[in-house]
Design a protein around this ligand. Sequence first.
Ligand code: ADE
Length: 482
Amino acid sequence: MNFHVLTLFPNLVTAGLSGSMIGRALEKGSIRINAVNIRDFTEDKHKKTDDYIYGGGAGLLLQAQPVYDAYKSVLAGIGAGRKVRTIYLTPQGRTFHQGMAQELAQEEDLIFLCGHYEGVDERVLEQVVTDYVSLGDFVLTGGEPAAVVMIDAIARLVPGVLHNGDSVMEESFSGYLLEYPQYTRPEVWKGERVPEALLSGDHKRIREWRRQKAEERTRLYRPDLYAAYEALMQCRRDLLQNKLHHMDMAELICREKAELLYHDGEGTLLRERKSGTLMITVKSKEAGERILDAFLAQDGEIPKLLTAKQAFMEEVIEKRLHMTLSTCDVQAVYTRKEAPPIKPHDIRQLCTAHLEMVLQHYDLADEAYLLDRLSNGAVFGIFVENTLAGFIGEHAEGSMGMLTVFPAYRRRGLAAALESFMIHRTLQKGYTPFCYVVEENQASVKLQEKLGLYMAKEKVWWYENPHACGGEKISSKNNGCK
Ligand code: ADE
């Protein structure tokens, strides 16, 4: 991942990020910092980058020209054609939090603009900035310390930066809770013993103890976080009243990909953090109208995709969100704790070098989406005599999908092997495997039943935003789980 920082003080940025884990990640090349000196781009012969404020007022403002040219030089370096998130650090922005760090860690490039003096000319901010972000209700002398803090928090979520991948999953805010207390040797120090549960060797007991302590701490120190956590847990319990129909939504919460936009006894609206996909389930059309009106009143952004769990929502969604019904699936859920038996097969994680091959055989998503899945290590290939014969993947919102076996290799049980592998992998992470299938695709339905998945009785309706392009495409032309 590449962090580009537009600043008048590049050494403040590089020095702030040179030590410890981030320093090592820089050496390894898992991340790169490109600190760009705005002063190098000024057209002023005295190298001036700031000037007085029109209309009066104390201090100076950064001028538009050097900032804009520095920004353009970064875009040119990245290669044109892609939208690049550009963050302006300001006390007036949205407050930075772990969810935002997780979302930003998915980007390939991020640009940070550090203001100084009294700020930056508004005209250039309007041209380049996509996100206004603050570290909190206090004022720093410049954006550099804030950029360093944000880069540190984002970089450690990039695969390969931390030694222990699990530590990201298990800690503080990642699990909506503060971290539980931890202990190291000796077992007794100043008469204080390490809690007995942690010495028991019983993993279930240890997990329960940790969760209980994490909840206690969060309730005590961060009642705001605890309230959000409780709301999510309640929402998940309610959704699981109808497990088969709502597993995708419940799993979004469980996998920490969900933003809870609305929930009460009448309905639930969730947003997938990364793609912005909305998921809605409601008891009545009126509840659907009310929830979507509330969403729009809060300036909710119309996403590329939306799934609804009730057919009667069609008119409501088309009228309010101007999204069009595209296709309809059923959800299949694997409810057992043990994976189906796997016969030995040569299944390996695919990488971006396989993009062409995947694109050739799978037409339900565009190149950028498949590239994202491949670079996230979410696509697996099955090899027969060292030749790729098919693949399966995990979609951005968590469903198993993209199941494809190349024509020459069909009728050999490779689809079942791939899906069993994926079920196994999902269970290992502590999640519930699920996928979407087209009801008319009898081969796919049969495969799900054979592997022990249960099909929901109700359907899922997918809506697309006709004005958005890219991402997952919705169609019903593939031969396995979508
Ligand atoms: N620049 C100045 N103050 C700031 C703050 N509180 N957060 C982010 N950037 C800033």
